[in-house]
Design a protein around this ligand. Sequence first.
Ligand SMILES: [Zn+2]
Length: 151
Amino acid sequence: MGEHLEAEDRRQEYASITLRLVRDMLDSMGKGDLYSDDELRAMIATARHKEQRTMSYIRFSSVSDVYVYQDIDFGLRCCGCKLRTSLGSWDTRSRRAMVEHLAEHIEKGHKVPTDVCETLLDEIRECGDDSPGAMHLAQDRRAAETGSKDG
Ligand SMILES: [Zn+2]
């Protein structure tokens, strides 16, 4: 219960700091009177909500030709997928299907870091094939990796 309250306090603190920053920025641009505090609060809450709903597995880089992330709305997404002829994304709710999809990329000679597949396979073992909902588990593990290991 206490932890929940603390998290709520932190959320409110974050919201008020962000509101102040956004308010200062708008004022300095001479646009301070365009939005009420309530409107800004709602916009900040929406942005923060969105931020919590997505988690990226891998981004484009010198060692990766794929950008894979998870979103509660559509599951796993291969963003800007190079297997598609037109620019677009490939979505699935199945972790296994994403692993198979990444294998296709590898077959085509695209760079795909192997730990992405390992992470997905770990998640299949730990929480099943269905991608949404398991997001928090993956985040917890990432937190555990930077801190202490248990289990
Ligand atoms: Zn793809």
